[in-house]
Design a protein around this ligand. Structure first.
Ligand code: GLN
Length: 533
């Protein structure tokens, strides 16, 4: 039977529970164990797909087409765990399921209540990711201990611990240990309070991970341990890492946290093997060169909105042994100051996905600059659609060409609503989502980058390249180099006679890892390096 790890958080939000959980998963895999990993989000939206980036950051899409929390991106980048729609449950999804069972009469006349019906549903959700062969199932509970909305999740995992037996379940609590500059001291009280709140709920943490700016001295560790009923070796320091989130597992290795987990759960782990990870970090620490890549988006001031894109660019750099400097370019800034000025000094331009009108003209202008100046360009989803609009307007002379998303009355709808989307009224989970096959044309840049004829990539869109225009584009060197197997859907476009002008309707950033960069990201960074000379 699989063992379980539950990761909770206290004191403040944004402590990096997702990263911490992912790093734990990575370390257990490095011990030869098979892990599963999932997240519970206590908000009421059924999934984050309907939230805007200010609320939520990036919406991460799984292979099976679920719109999920961005922490799942960390899980996939750090581990080989299978990530599906069962890797993320929200309160809304749990209630949705309970309410629909109630409507179908499944509760046989009972009063349906938070305890036991919601908590049972949560426990069943924990079980859903434990597929055959899984040794350890890691479940992260979103939010902070003490939140009203998180209570059913904590109650459910408390019950789970009781039912499975304490030897099979490990509770890890992540807290903040702040440093007060005024008094020059590290403060443990918030952690004590947080653990106290958890104990009131009936959960006694087995391991405390303390986020801190300063090293935890032995006496501080001992003090935290004493007040929180833990031996000092169960108090782990997670000091801010200097240059890369990929160092987090090493912080834990130094404190032998994997040994602790293996021992406490009685796991049959092998010796630790993190060679590949170490090699990857070596490249990050000692890059041969740097390249400057501009990312032009609407929410560019938000770090979380393009998380997977930023990470994938870094991976592309690792593949070439170089560091990628990310320069965030606000689309409106391009409109106001001009593309040449704003993009000066860059070695490549990436235009990511997005929705809605704002920023479109700035992106189109930035792409025009990249196309005409030979600056390597990589467009993703909306980025591909903008590249299409730009080419239609400025090369094909189709004045006012647009996507019907932005101008329903455009005379040249070079990007149009997909047929399958017409009549779709419901918003949540109704886009073209998840993995679809794409066939690559021989001799194309995409085919060369991937080194294969067909690939499977993830999608999240409603609009598509309008096939009526395909020939006109191709006649001027703007080719569709990737198509759906039936040949009807344009998945990749690229431009002849340009150092690197490739754009995809799908989202390659969801399939890149630090130890295995996505071929298109590594191809793009390779081209940017060429540009740098
Ligand atoms: N808004 C565009 C569409 O729906 C692009 C979506 C995206 O970039 N993810 O097709």
């Amino acid at each position: 039977m699989a063992k379980h790890i539950f990761v909770t958080g206290g004191v403040v939000s944004s402590l990096g529970k997702g990263l911490t959980s992912a790093a734990i998963g990575m370390l257990l895999e490095a011990r030869g164990l098979k892990v599963s990993i999932q997240k519970f989000d206590p908000y009421i939206n059924v999934d984050p797909g309907t939230m805007n980036p200010y609320q939520h950051g990036e919406v991460y899409v799984t292979e099976d087409g679920a719109e999920t929390d961005l922490d799942l991106g960390h899980y996939e980048r750090f581990t080989d765990a299978e990530i599906t729609r069962d890797s993320n449950f929200t309160t809304g999804r749990i209630y949705n399921s309970v309410i629909s069972k109630e409507r179908q009469g499944e509760y046989l006349g009972q009063t349906v209540q938070v305890v036991p019906h919601i908590t049972n549903e949560i426990k069943a959700a924990v079980q859903r990711v434990v597929r055959p062969g899984v040794d350890v199932a890691i479940t992260e509970i979103g939010g902070t201990v003490g939140d009203i909305e998180g209570l059913p999740f904590l109650e459910a995992i408390r019950q789970f611990g009781l039912e499975r037996g304490r030897e099979n379940v490990l509770f890890i609590h992540l807290t903040l240990v702040p440093y007060l500059r005024a008094s020059g001291e590290i403060k443990t009280k918030p952690t004590q309070h947080s653990v106290g709140t958890l104990r009131q709920i009936g959960i006694v943490p087995d391991v405390l991970i303390c986020r801190t700016e300063r090293p935890l001295e032995d006496h501080v560790r001992a003090k935290i341990g004493l007040f929180c009923n833990l031996s000092a070796d169960c108090v782990i320091e997670e000091k801010d890492v200097d240059f890369s989130i990929y160092e987090v597992p090493l912080v834990f290795v130094q404190q032998k946290m994997d040994d602790l987990i293996v021992r406490r759960l009685g796991l049959q782990g092998g010796p630790r093997n993190i060679e590949r990870w170490d090699r990857m970090l070596d490249v990050l620490r000692r890059p041969k060169a740097t390249v400057d890549i501009g990312i032009c988006g609407k929410y560019i001031e938000l770090n979380d909105a393009y998380k997977s894109i930023f990470e994938s660019l870094t991976h592309g750099g690792i593949a070439h042994g170089v560091k990628v400097n990310l320069r965030k370019v606000a689309a409106d800034d391009v409109t106001n100051r001009g593309a040449a000025e704003v993009l000066k000094g860059l070695h490549g331009l990436l235009v990511p996905g997005g929705f809605g009108m704002r920023g479109i003209e700035g992106k189109v202008e930035a792409i025009r600059h990249a196309r005409t100046s030979g600056l390597p360009f990589f467009g993703i989803c909306l980025g591909m659609q903008c590249a299409t609009i730009e080419f239609a307007r400025n090369v094909l002379g189709l004045k006012d060409a647009n996507s019907t998303e932005f101008d329903p009355n455009t005379p040249y709808a070079v990007i149009d609503l997909m047929e399958s989307q017409s009549g779709v009224k419901q918003k949540g989970g109704t886009m073209r989502l998840g993995a679809y096959e794409c066939r690559l044309s021989s001799g194309s840049r995409a085919r060369n980058a991937y080194g294969r004829d067909a690939v499977v990539e993830r999608h999240r869109h409603r609009f598509e390249f309008n096939n009526e225009f395909r020939e006109r584009f191709a006649a001027k060197g703007f080719r569709c180099s990737g198509l759906s197997p039936d040949g009807r859907l344009v998945e990749i476009v690229e431009l002849d006679g340009h150092p690197w002008f490739v754009a995809t309707q799908f989202h390659p950033e969801f399939k890149s890892k630090p130890t295995a960069a996505h071929p298109l990201f590594s191809g793009f960074i390779g081209a940017a390096l060429g540009q740098r000379g």
